[in-house]
Design a protein around this ligand. Structure first.
Ligand SMILES: [Zn+2]
Length: 298
């Protein structure tokens, strides 16, 4: 068997090229237009005295793009941070207030004096300290209290949605309202946060959330309110969700469009070491041919 070859990138890093999976010459250029390589290259070429964030964001074309995020819990705290750091304009919707347990185990960095205040306001305050010029719109609302029309209007006014909430009924309702309007990236934990998933839907292009979860009704989705999730398990899935959102945002403009296999729309992440390590699996969801949400033949 031939040994994989190393390819030197402009940034000085190496990609491993497997000759057993040789690409045609025209496709080789894609190695260099790979979005990660491109961002790498931008970072490496940047002078130390320039704000690197701006170059990365400009390259990815994300400055000012609008993200609607539902949920400002542990996952939402981190996804919101990453999206704002990338230069996105964030509208964050959550009705809850910061509780003491939100600050424990590295789940969030809500400051202690924010306990009892609305999460969306506390999050905005923190993010503005980090990024004073960020555009952040807090909405202290519960999706359950919004009409279908209000939810659709919020989705319509965004470029991409992040679903960082886990209430089954509202998740499936949101999916049915948002699926045909805008791309959505959802983050989920499995029991005891042993695994986590990021699922994304693209209008008419991927199966809907209901099909991707393989559920018949809201009763098949368990809300894990009593689980004591550690921040060390939250951050990987939140960051992956932000990365997927970044890919969805830029899919229409080009530079990051090949980050993931377009046929797949689930990333299943192992949070506990096993014989396969901390594995990340890319999965393809099955579309239910009679689905009321994503079936295109209705
Ligand atoms: Zn479906």
């Amino acid at each position: 068997m031939t040994q994989p070859q190393k390819i030197r990138l402009a940034s000085g890093r190496y990609l491993i090229k497997d000759p057993d999976r040789e690409r045609p010459a025209s496709a080789n250029s894609k190695v260099f237009s790979n979005p990660l390589a491109r961002l790498d290259s931008v970072a490496a070429n940047h002078r130390n005295d320039e704000p690197i964030r701006h170059a990365l964001v400009e390259q990815a074309g994300l400055t000012g793009m609008k993200v609607l995020q539902i949920g400002a819990g542990a996952v939402g705290w981190w996804t919101g941070l990453q999206l704002v750091a990338m230069g996105c304009s964030l509208t964050e919707l959550d009705h809850d207030t910061v509780q003491k347990e939100n600050l424990e185990a590295g789940r969030t960095f809500y400051p202690p004096d924010s306990i009892g205040t609305p999460k969306v306001l506390a999050h905005r305050k923190y993010l503005l300290q980090m990024y004073p010029h960020a555009h952040i719109t807090p909405l202290r609302k519960n999706t359950a209290d919004l009409s279908d029309g209000e939810i659709a209007a919020l989705v319509e006014s965004s470029d991409v949605v992040v679903g960082a909430f886990d209430e089954g009924r509202q998740l499936l309702r949101f999916d049915s309202l948002a699926y045909w309007l805008k791309p959505v990236a959802y983050a989920f934990f499995h029991r005891q946060a042993r695994q986590a998933s990021v699922i994304w839907t693209r209008p008419g292009n991927s199966p809907c959330l209901r099909c991707s979860l393989g559920v018949e009704s809201e009763d098949d989705i368990e809300t894990l309110h009593r689980e004591s999730i550690m921040g060390i398990d939250v951050q990987p899935v939140a960051n992956m969700c932000a990365r997927v959102a970044m890919w969805l945002l830029s899919a229409s403009t080009g530079p990051l469009q090949e980050l993931f296999d377009p046929e797949k729309n689930i990333i299943f992440m192992e949070n506990r070491p096993s014989e396969t390590g901390l594995a990340v699996h890319f999965l393809q969801a099955d579309r239910n041919p009679t689905c009321e949400v994503c079936n295109t033949s209705f």
